[in-house]
Design a protein around this ligand. Sequence first.
Ligand code: UDP
Length: 341
Amino acid sequence: MKKRILVSGGAGYIGSHVTVELIAAGYDVVVADNMSNCDRSCFDGVRQITGRSELPFVEMDFCDAAAVERLFSRYKIDAVIHFAAFKAVGESVAEPIKYYRNNLLSFLNVLEAARNHGGCNVLFSSSATVYGEADKLPVTEQSPRLPATSPYGNTKQICEDMLRDAIAADPSIRGIALRYFNPIGAHPSVLIGELPRGVPNNLVPFITQTAIGKRACLSIFGNDYPTPDGTCLRDYIDIVDLAQAHVCAVTRMVEGRMKEGYEIFNVGTGRPVSVAELVTEFEKVNGLKLNYKFADRRPGDVVAIWADTSRANEELGWKAKRTLAETLASAWAWEKHLAEQ
Ligand code: UDP
């Protein structure tokens, strides 16, 4: 019997890539999304890549407890991967209540349904933001979580704690939190990728939109940081590599190979790259010149963060494979594909 995975927020940037990899690995998938921050075209892209025109899709809001309950009654779910959440740091500062309501309530409903249906494997989509400005780099999963600097970051910490506590109280629930570093790039088919609404907050979509002429100029936020070239250091992870980490984590859960009821893994490359380096690499790989300028630091940015990936490498048997060059080429191919639409 094939195992069935529920992907909440499965029409979004990460969820769509994860769905593709789950299907490639032989899982049955049910995608559910309220379509609040994605485009129907991404789900169509998933169907096209996988050749599964009948791939189940449920349009629903995970804040609706009765709807989540109905979903768990309708399908026998072996594991749920929870992506359904808001993710814009700045917006979360301006609208904290909206963020707490959506991100906490949706996950609470998932945990409640898991408990009501005799337990479940739960994979939570967390973030390296929980480490804040770490004292020691690279960060391991044991590195302290620092007080969150935004409501968005706080929701990630609270959801991790909700999962940990639910598991401690009920052994029929097991869970993994994956802490993502900076996911970038697009599927090589260019049928799915990131679709930021409005002006992108993230670096790579801003770069590709500048290169295509949608934005006049990229601002590099800060060049006086205590780093080799003065710009911030991050760990940019290819979206397909990141998606494959989910397959490894889900498989570990459904095959009963977890060593503890609740486990945490960093999902990054282990390689720090500065903003200036990323821009230069993008120009080189794609043979173009980017219009950019140095600007003030962006409030709330940490100076540097990258992952110690040993635990994911050893325990999940997963390692990021794609080079930064390949990933930046895929990001540019995706932007050009969008321009042709
Ligand atoms: N960044 C930048 N210009 C932009 C967007 C981002 O210089 O238009 C920098 C940002 O200051 C940070 C890095 O790029 O150092 C990654 O930012 P992003 O928002 O993509 O991810 P974060 O690490 O903040 O989650």
